[in-house]
Design a binder for this molecule. Structure first.
Ligand code: ZN
Length: 229
């Protein structure tokens, strides 16, 4: 971390899920000031917005809710359209229908405009290429490309931070633990595609990924504690 970051403000793209909540606390550790922006994009479970608001309040950071529900009007996804049955797995080499086309493109672009108005240069997003479930806008190449584009678009010097890009779900739990927010993230975030907080419904693709990571981290932590005795 350079001194520039410690003196600066960061804007976290925040959904109230495991990944972006981990990013929020990562940012609180690394930046002088942190704000959050949460998007209303037509997600089926508006409960996640209320959980995001509660976490932001607890963390003592600004919470800005931005309506971008046009995203679900122009593109379709099983996360926003109740008539589409959710893909349980990635179908071959194509993207699963839980993909919301343009989501991260719009989120980060709008976050950058919002940040620019407030003199904020640092944007933080919880995307990860490691547990790549077929979402093209979670890849490092996309983020780097968009960073260049945003700087050109607004003649600015944004830096997009992706603390989770190269770590898997177990390591994301480990990071949460190191940041002292393991229990908060386990109990007070919502990652489940079926809208069940905490450990979730257990069977949707998002719960499977989260719980597998959790179990593998807990097993590793237990083994470490035994070795230390
Ligand atoms: Zn679930």
């Amino acid at each position: 971390m350079d001194m520039k970051m410690r003196d600066s403000e960061a804007l976290v793209v925040f959904s109230g899920g495991q990944d972006s909540t981990t990013c929020l606390f990562w940012a609180l550790k690394n930046f002088k000031k942190v704000s959050t922006i949460t998007f209303l994009y037509g997600q089926k479970h508006s409960k996640e917005v209320e959980m995001a608001r509660a976490i932001a309040e607890k963390a003592g950071v600004d919470f800005h809710l931005q309506d971008v529900s046009f995203i679900s009007q122009i593109g379709s996804s099983s996360l926003t359209d109740t008539s589409i049955v959710m893909d349980q797995e990635r179908p071959g080499n194509s993207v699963p229908n839980t993909f919301v086309p343009g989501r991260n493109l719009f989120f980060l672009s709008i976050a950058a405009v919002y940040a620019r108005e407030r003199g904020i240069k640092h944007l933080v997003t919880g995307v990860s290429q490691t547990d790549f479930s077929g979402y093209p806008d979670c890849r490092d190449s996309f983020i780097k490309s968009l960073n260049v584009t945003l700087n050109l678009a607004m003649d600015d010097q944004f830096v997009i931070h992706t603390p989770l890009m190269w770590i898997d779900k177990a390591e994301t739990w480990e990071l949460a633990d190191k940041l002292g927010v393991f229990d908060l993230i386990r109990n007070e975030t919502l990652t489940c595609y079926n809208g069940v907080p905490g450990d979730g419904c257990g069977h949707c693709p998002s719960c499977k990924l989260r719980n597998e990571g959790l179990n593998s981290y807990l097993a590793r932590r237990e083994a470490k504690q035994k070795n230390n005795k």
